[in-house]
Design a protein around this ligand. Structure first.
Ligand code: PMT
Length: 425
């Protein structure tokens, strides 16, 4: 059966190029045709032979090759695909794209294309943080180019930080979402990009909070923000106007999301209530339950005895949003538990007044805090449902699919269609 969608995959020269072989396999398994362009540097990392064998197509690399041009000119190459994907996108190709350079087949094709472009950056952490790269990324976003990743973690060179290319699974999902077409997830339906939650506004809290002890020290926790950012990205992809109120993280802003960076629980509360009214609120942040009452304006001096910190409770953002006068139609919390996971989370759902509670086990060894995967239980007034272990991106997609099914389309909830029914509200 001929594939119904076509991706032009541009592989540039970074160590992460090896992940493209897996990506090509995943794409063809998903019935998406892949045609590949490799830069000269990419050919140093993976061979055109492997890429051609997996994509079952000619691999193009030379702008000045009479054979390549007569077989498939670069204009046709750039126009015949439904989506152009650059993976890995090195600092070099990102800089060239931002400047509109066209000095080889890959960059000429990128300048010539009239199709949407998705890039998966991959580089060393210092290169990613470099002001020139950040300037180029901002330019690409402004030009309408979508990004997936980079992720934070151990990099190929042994350093730790942001710069790792997203996993083939996550790139495949980003590609499928952009190619559109309904995607069936479990019992739910994830409708293509930009449609299902159009007209809805969502607030997501993510990451840790930092509670100051003095100007240089703070109390924090192990949240990376990955789960919350993935949810914000999935909501935006489904068309919701999405505000991400985030504590300090190393993560790049998800595409199409308004990011409000905050430090403390009180800042997070203010930014969240300022973002009301909204249709959906999802509190994924690991908010510090306490803050230091006697925070000092000057750095604490090391004396003979350690200072005594008096802790006082922080406001509960989730409970406040759930009780607010302009309560969102759907308020969802996340419960981080280490024992009686479902039972404790179910109690929390009732105590905090939210509609759904997503419970996850954060015991040592689970990798839930900071890792890329999660195994959650969705708890509503109707009971608990356990989802399989999956990537945090998939958890986000399943959750958004469930939200779509529950809230329905905006136009369907206009007068005449009856009120929106939410389990547990
Ligand atoms: O960020 P990652 O590394 O990807 O990890 C994801 C995660 C483990 C942080 C996430 O999946 C998660 O479980 N988030 C909730 C963490 C938490 O604070 O759980 P809790 O059981 O203490 O709080 C329950 C709910 O109340 C949460 O929705 C929390 O955001 C909210 N809360 C808690 C305290 C407070 N002062 N204000 C709140 O809004």
């Amino acid at each position: 059966m001929a594939a119904s969608k076509r991706v032009l995959l541009i592989i540039s020269g970074g160590i992460a190029a090896y992940k493209c072989l897996e990506l090509i396999r995943r794409l063809t398994d998903a019935d998406i045709a892949v045609r590949c362009i490799m830069t000269k540097a990419a050919e140093r990392f993976v061979t055109p032979l492997s890429v051609g064998a997996l994509s079952r197509d000619t691999v193009y690399s030379d702008l000045f090759s009479l054979k390549d041009e007569s077989e498939m000119g670069h204009i046709r190459l750039s126009r015949e695909a439904d989506l152009v994907v650059v993976a890995p996108a090195t600092a070099d190709i990102i800089a060239k794209m931002a400047a509109g350079l066209a000095d080889d087949l890959a960059t000429t094709t990128l300048v010539a294309t009239d199709k949407p472009v998705l890039i998966a950056p991959a580089m060393n952490v210092a290169m990613w943080k470099h002001p020139a790269t950040q300037r180029n990324i901002a330019q690409l976003r402004e030009d309408g180019i979508a990004l997936i990743g980079p992720e934070t973690g151990e990099l190929a060179d042994g350093e730790y930080g942001t710069g790792r290319m997203s996993e083939p699974d996550a790139i495949l999902q980003a590609i499928e979402s952009r190619l559109g077409g309904p995607k069936v997830i479990g019992r739910d339906r994830f409708v293509g990009p930009g449609t299902a939650l159009k007209g809805r506004r969502a607030i997501v809290t993510a990451g840790p909070t930092h509670e100051a002890i003095d100007p240089v020290r703070f109390i924090a926790n192990r949240s990376s923000g990955k789960q919350g950012y993935a949810i914000a990205a999935a909501l935006a992809l489904a068309g919701a106007e999405t505000i991400l109120v985030t504590g300090p993280t190393d993560l790049a802003a998800p595409d199409g999301v308004t990011v409000v960076p905050v430090e403390s629980a009180r800042d997070m509360l203010a930014a969240s209530t300022d973002s009301l009214p909204a249709d959906i609120a999802i509190c994924v942040a690991a908010v510090a339950d306490w803050r230091v009452e006697n925070e000092t304006g000057a750095k604490l001096k090391k004396g003979a005895t350690p200072p005594e910190l008096k802790l006082i409770p922080n406001p509960d953002i989730l409970a406040i949003l759930a009780a607010s006068r302009t309560r969102p139609a759907l308020v969802i919390g996340f419960a981080a538990e280490t024992e009686r996971v479902v039972e404790n989370a179910a109690e929390k759902r009732v105590r905090k007044g939210c509609d759904w509670m997503v419970a996850n086990d954060v015991s040592p060894g689970t990798g839930t805090f900071g890792g890329d995967r999660n195994q959650v239980h969705l708890i509503t007034a109707d009971g608990a449902e356990s989802w399989p272990s999956m990537s945090k991106t998939e958890v986000a997609e399943w959750l958004v699919a469930r939200i779509v099914r529950t809230l329905g389309r905006k136009e369907d909830s206009t007068p005449g269609h009856g009120p929106t029914q939410i389990a547990g509200s």
